[in-house]
Ligand binder design. Structure first.
Ligand code: ADP
Ligand code: ADP
Length: 230
């Protein structure tokens, strides 16, 4: 069974904007699917619907076989890690406390959280001793986004949603993060939906690429070679 399944999903915002129209696709477990397309074609809305931050106006979304409309938020946080362009670290919390957010929400004990936080920081290439006690404003953009990835992975969710995670980062750091993320993904094999407006990034990272067009419709969903071959 697919890990993520969208069936006839549509979203019309209260002002009448149709952000997504009749969208259906599956993401098998362990796949990294990139969503590409012009600004305003419904990519972020799609991500927010998978994460239950936005309610679809039609259709159904299943994550690990369960309708997200009927999954309580804590359960969803355990299943889905979310990384966004604006990073969204809590500015008043240390790096450690940021990474510990979901495990704390889940009531893990202190020792388990401590070990997990250190493990996650190492996983994303940050030295826990040097970086763990810093506040977000004491880090570079690239380091902050690494913390964002560590936080999203902390409770070991099967699904990662990444919405333009590297696009606010300078080109050199972005290139490194892309390479490292690709290696990391080979190791951890999450089911990833990755939004980017950068086709090169999608080709580099994606097992498949979903090409959106204006009005929130799916034009094509294929491996990178097929998308390039058109
Ligand atoms: P993308 O991520 O591809 O840039 P979005 O999902 O952000 O696209 O937006 C899709 C469309 O929905 C756009 O026309 C956008 O202006 C509109 N939209 C997004 N959020 C809202 C909202 N809260 N209310 C009304 N319209 C919205
Ligand atoms: P707070 O003061 O809000 O507890 P800390 O940054 O001290 O924030 O700790 C945040 C979380 O990180 C805590 O849940 C704690 O268990 C864990 N933690 C604290 N110290 C360490 C450490 N040296 N290495 C890894 N995790 C730690």
């Amino acid at each position: 069974d697919p890990m993520i399944s969208l069936v006839g999903v549509g979203k019309r915002y209260p002002d009448g904007t149709v952000a997504v129209a009749d969208l259906s696709f599956d993401v098998p477990a362990g796949e990294l699917l990139c969503l590409v397309g012009p600004s305003g074609c419904g990519k972020t809305t799609t991500m927010k619907m998978i994460n239950r931050l936005v309610e679809p106006t039609s259709g159904r979304i299943l994550v690990d076989g369960e309708d997200v409309a009927h999954t309580d938020p804590t359960r969803l946080r355990r299943r889905i890690g979310y990384v966004i362009q604006q990073i969204g670290l809590f500015p008043h919390l240390t790096v450690r406390a940021n990474v510990a957010t979901v495990p704390r929400l889940l009531g893990w004990d202190r020792a388990r959280i401590r070990a997990r936080v250190a493990e996650m920081l190492e996983l994303v290439g940050l030295d826990p001793a040097a970086m763990g006690g810093r506040y977000p404003h004491e880090l570079s953009g690239g380091q902050q986004q690494r913390v964002g990835v560590a936080r999203a992975l902390a409770a070991d969710p099967p699904v990662l949603l990444m919405d333009e995670p590297f696009s606010a980062i300078d080109p050199v750091a972005r290139d490194r993060l892309q390479g490292e993320f690709r290696r990391l993904q080979r190791e951890i094999r999450k089911t990833v939906v990755f939004v980017t407006h950068d086709l090169d990034e999608a080709i580099r990272l994606g097992d498949r690429i979903a090409v959106f067009r204006q009005g929130g419709r799916l034009e094509q969903i294929d491996p990178p070679a097929r998308v390039l071959g058109r």
